[in-house]
Design a protein around this ligand. Structure first.
Ligand code: HEC
Ligand code: HEC
Length: 156
């Protein structure tokens, strides 16, 4: 007997056993409902919460080392390309004072050699895509239930 054939027989035997003994076979519930190939209805567009930067409080963090949530709107300044990063126009170490913003986290900086001697701190490029970790807020119904309760003092 080939290996595949043996496996098929084993699966059939298990199914027969389950059906004759009345053992329920686990059902998979898709988030899309019973017809996974049905075309999704696009959710309506929701506006990000928050006004222009400089007008809101920061949002409390809910666990240690959480990337802080973005409290302000992002319309018109969320462009992050190879050449440009609009977030840096307010959050960079050079600009944050002038823009009255918060300096990006220390963990985002790396020490590099200066040609000719010495070291300086520059942003680590692994942090360039800010919105991989920092997300704006929207008042949306959660897709699935979530019982997470934040505790910033909890050890991980
Ligand atoms: C025009 C200046 C400006 C721009 C552009 C800007 N921010 Fe901000 N950001 C602020 C200010 C000011 C605050 C303080 C809260 C407030 O007043 O909205 C802030 C707060 C934040 C915070 C909260 C920090 C904390 O400690 O809680 C995060 C995270 C953040 N911004 C990320 C971003 C990201 C990511 C972008 C780009 C997509 C961006 N910001 C673009 C000015 C700016
Ligand atoms: C890989 C995930 C990641 C990326 C990418 C990232 N951050 Fe962060 N950020 C964090 C975490 C985690 C913290 C909290 C720890 C810290 O302060 O370093 C943080 C903290 C911050 C803070 C608050 C600093 C403070 O002292 O309160 C600001 C502002 C910020 N980031 C802005 C940015 C901006 C702007 C970018 C893009 C240029 C960016 N971050 C990219 C994870 C990230």
């Amino acid at each position: 007997m080939t290996k595949t054939f043996k496996t098929t027989l084993a699966v059939l035997a298990a199914a027969l056993f389950a059906s004759t003994t009345g053992i329920a076979v686990a059902q998979v519930h898709s988030l899309r409902g019973v017809q996974p190939d049905a075309v999704d209805k696009a959710p309506s567009d929701l506006q990000y919460q928050g006004k222009k930067p400089g007008q809101q409080q920061t949002i409390d963090r809910t666990f240690k080392d959480q990337p802080p949530l973005i409290p302000h709107a992002l319309n018109n300044f969320d462009e992050i390309t190879l050449e440009e990063n609009q977030c840096m126009s307010c959050h960079s170490p050079e600009k944050y004072k002038e823009k009255n913003a918060i300096k990006l986290g220390d963990s985002h900086m790396s020490l590099v050699d200066i040609p000719g001697g010495g070291m300086k701190k520059v942003m680590n490029m692994s942090r360039w895509q800010c919105n991989t970790c920092h997300v704006p807020q929207v008042d949306a119904k959660p897709l699935v239930d979530n019982s997470f309760k934040g505790d910033i003092t909890a050890k991980q």
